[in-house]
Design a binder for this molecule. Structure first.
Ligand SMILES: [Zn+2]
Length: 102
C-alpha cells in the first residue's frame, strides 16, 4: 500500500503548503482547487542548465507559472519570480488585445 511519502516530491508540496510560490494559487482547499491549479514541481535552475533535485532548487508551481517560466536559466527563486512575473504581464497584454471579449 502506498503512503503519502511514496508520492514524488511530497515533502516539497507540504513545505510549500500546496501553493504556487509564483502566483499564490492554493491547491489544497478542495478537490476543484487542486485540479484547477494543476500543481507541479519547478526546478528553479532547470535540470538542463545543471539544476538538481535539492530541495533548495525546487518549488511548487501551478501549471501556468511552470509553463511560462519554461527552461529559463534562473539562479535563484527571485530570478525565477522576475521571469514568471514578466511573462504573466506579457500574457495579460496579449489577453487584453486578443482574447478579452467584454
Ligand atoms: Zn502559479
Amino acid at each position: 500500500m502506498k503512503t503519502k511519502q511514496d508520492y514524488p516530491y511530497q515533502h516539497i508540496y507540504e513545505r510549500d503548503n500546496f501553493t504556487c510560490r509564483y502566483c499564490g494559487v492554493n491547491g489544497s482547499k478542495d478537490f476543484n482547487s487542486w485540479w484547477n491549479a494543476a500543481l507541479t514541481i519547478d526546478h528553479i535552475t532547470p535540470v538542463i542548465h545543471g539544476g538538481t533535485d535539492d530541495p533548495s532548487n525546487l518549488v511548487v508551481s501551478c501549471h501556468s507559472c511552470n509553463l511560462y517560466k519554461g527552461s529559463e536559466n534562473c539562479r535563484s527563486f527571485d530570478d525565477a519570480k522576475v521571469v514568471v512575473d514578466r511573462k504573466r504581464k506579457e500574457g495579460e497584454v496579449w489577453f487584453l488585445k486578443h482574447a478579452k471579449t467584454c
